[in-house]
Design a protein around this ligand. Structure first.
Ligand code: 0RA
Length: 633
């Protein structure tokens, strides 16, 4: 069967998308907005996976629209079998699930988070223009108001090439925000380029007076990804372990390298979608990894007969790995549909890893010995850390009510209502204690900068007093023992100054939560307080304004009047009433919820921010300092 206009199967119209956008793009916030871009790009990447496209350009236009152009085959433009009066292009753009991937024929393997296709983007755009080059012509069609076609498809010229160009203006009446954030797009597009070896992805932001451009193309594929993730760390051995196997209609692609750090960074993908909840492919990989290393260590006498086997967690300490599988009918399960359910993938990945990794170790005895020795050290540190944890637990039982002395706890014992404010400095801590509602707001003052957990061994970290106080106050344990259901507060709010030091302290705290209590972050329990930057007294009234933008707007609204704004330099400058009214009172404050949508990207950001590489950190901060949302990864 010719795969063309006829292969497009039709399921339903676009109204459901506008009625329940969350079902299709996850949320109507920033993550949903960026999802629209990925949905279009995914279609172009599918063309690349089918061997039909080598270049994708993503451009944010000066007026805020997003344009995605590829050199694939172009969306079919002929009349559609099931809709005699409509072109296939119109059907693809206005009918859910009509992307051409559902007929069985056509794409062997395709990505896309929900596989709903580019029509969802149309449904959520106030305007969308599509141009296709195909069959010697250039064709155009425009839609407005969430997918209403303006006339019919028109042939607007000749063309000797093929490809698709989609330009869309997100609909601000449905999406909470329509401003694309360049850094978010850059990170995800770079990730897509790593995952699709040899595909060129260009990103251009034309909003600034001097447009910014990035070109991503990685001939090394996921090996380059691992090199990139480890670039801000110190590699334990120079080579990157990598192997790729075609299995049936799919493939398994693995690259890995250990670094001298203490955290595990295994990032798995299925059809280019991040499987942050793991799944069968990851299970198979971990099982084989533990097996291969123990066998190798015993065979080479690096592990003595009377010694215990190395545990998986010992072996994975400091490991950066990318595991990317492609398969025909991926089953996504789990709370966020980010867990691969296909059972056959477990044995396929396990078998490939058992064979190819064992072979690699045989061929690289010098690296092999270094890696096994690192795992041995991790095992000894694990035993020491357990002892330190036990000591923390015993010590906290001896103290009054088991809680740290500095904690001003709340009286409520209902975690859903309870909030913990982590406050920098004793003076701000004092104001916060006066301003709080003691029934459900607890205050934990911390002194200055807490330990950087990115660079400390787990047993050393557990001996740190501020860290101990945090663990005890939250009450849910730490690391592998962490139990979300024991968390004593469902809002944990980092309250620090709006200056550079304050943002460093906040980043140290977030690093600690992300590395040691990732479930807490994923559950959405972690927040940053947003103290205002300005105070303006007008007559009898006092106004608090959160940033320069708000101050400018306020001055614009009161342009008859003389305004003398006071700038807060830190939390300590506010009296307790002010702190309460602006930052703590539930009725008047704003909180920023910390989210982690992509663990590989978050891992990268934290390594850069907190790791050894000073230059990388400086560059990152210079690029992101102006954007207050940067902590919202
Ligand atoms: C349906 C069928 C074919 C390609 C496409 C859709 C297609 C969609 C998009 C969206 C963005 N870029 C795209 N490129 C292609 C197959 C066409 C054929 O067999 O020639």
């Amino acid at each position: 069967m010719a795969y063309d206009a006829d292969a497009i199967t039709v399921l339903k119209g676009l109204e459901p998308v506008r009625e329940r956008p969350g079902m299709y793009i996850g949320s109507t916030g920033p993550s949903g907005l960026h999802h629209l871009v990925y949905e279009v790009v995914d279609n172009s990447v599918d063309e690349a996976l089918a061997g039909q496209c080598s270049r994708i350009e993503v451009t944010i236009l000066p007026d805020g629209a997003c344009r995605v152009r590829d050199n694939g085959r172009g969306i079919p433009v002929g009349m559609h079998r099931d809709y005699p009066d409509k072109s296939a292009l119109e059907v693809v753009m206005t009918v859910l699930h009509a992307g051409g991937k559902f007929g069985g024929e056509g794409y062997k393997i395709s990505g896309g988070l929900h596989g709903v296709g580019v029509s969802v983007v149309n449904a959520l755009s106030r305007r969308l223009e599509v141009e296709v080059c195909r069959e010697g012509g250039r064709f155009a069609l425009t839609f407005v108001d969430g997918g209403k076609p303006v006339g019919e498809i028109r042939r607007i010229g000749d063309s000797s090439t093929t490809g698709t160009m989609v330009t869309f203006w997100p609909d601000g009446s449905i999406l909470e925000e329509t401003d694309f954030r360049a850094q978010t797009l850059v990170e995800r597009l770079r990730e897509m380029a790593f995952l699709t070896r040899g595909l060129e992805i260009v990103f251009r932001d034309e909003r600034p007076s001097e447009p910014v451009e990035h070109v991503f193309c990685f001939e090394g594929g996921i090996s380059d990804f691992v090199r990139h993730l480890n670039a801000s760390k110190e590699a334990l051995h120079s080579l990157i372990v990598s192997f790729r196997e075609e299995v049936g209609e799919g493939e398994v692609d693995i690259a890995m390298q250990w670094n001298t750090g203490y955290y595990e960074g295994i990032h798995s993908f299925a059809n280019n979608i991040a499987t942050t909840e793991g799944g069968m492919h990851e299970e198979g990989f971990k099982k084989a990894l533990t097996n291969v290393l123990n066998k190798y260590a015993r065979a080479k006498g690096l592990l003595k007969e009377k010694e215990d086997n190395l545990l998986g967690e010992d072996i994975r300490e400091g490991l950066t790995a990318i595991l990317s599988v492609k398969l025909r009918n991926p089953q996504f399960e789990g709370q966020t549909k980010a867990k691969l359910g296909n059972t056959e993938m477990r044995s396929i990945v396990e078998k490939a890893t058992n064979e190819r990794l064992a072979q690699w170790f045989e061929e690289h005895p010098v690296d092999g010995k270094i890696i096994v020795s690192k795992a041995g050290q991790a095992a000894r540190a694990r035993i020491a850390a357990r002892a330190a944890r036990e000591a923390t637990r015993r010590k906290s039982l001896l103290e009054s009510a088991g809680m740290p002395g500095k904690l001003a706890d709340c009286s409520s014992r209902n975690p859903e209502l309870s909030e913990l404010f982590i406050v920098e400095g004793d003076s701000a801590g004092g104001s916060a204690k006066k301003a709080r509602n003691p029934e459900f707001q607890a205050i934990l003052p911390i002194r200055g900068k807490i330990l950087n957990v990115e660079r400390a061994r787990p047993d050393k970290m557990l001996k740190n007093e501020e860290i101990q106080a945090l663990i005890t106050a939250i009450g849910a344990g730490i690391g592998a023992d962490f139990d979300l259901s024991k968390a004593r507060y469902h809002k944990i709010i980092c309250m620090s100054d709006a200056d550079v030091d304050g943002s460093h302290i906040r980043t140290l705290l977030l690093t600690f939560f992300y590395r040691q209590m990732p479930e807490l972050v994923k559950a959405g329990y972690v927040y940053a307080a947003q103290p205002p930057l300005f105070r303006v007294d007008l007559g009898k009234d006092t106004h608090y304004l959160k940033d320069e933008g708000a101050l400018e707007r306020f001055m614009g609204e009161h342009s008859n009047r003389k305004i003398d704004p006071q700038r807060f330099k830190g939390l300590g400058e506010m009296d307790w009433e002010e702190l309460g009214a602006t930052t703590m009172n539930q009725a008047t404050r704003t909180l920023l919820q910390i989210s982690v949508s992509d663990a590989a990207i978050a891992d990268d950001v934290f390594s850069v921010l907190m790791g050894e590489d000073v230059d990388a950190r400086r560059t990152f901060i210079q690029h992101n300092a102006k954007d207050a949302r940067f902590i919202d990864i």
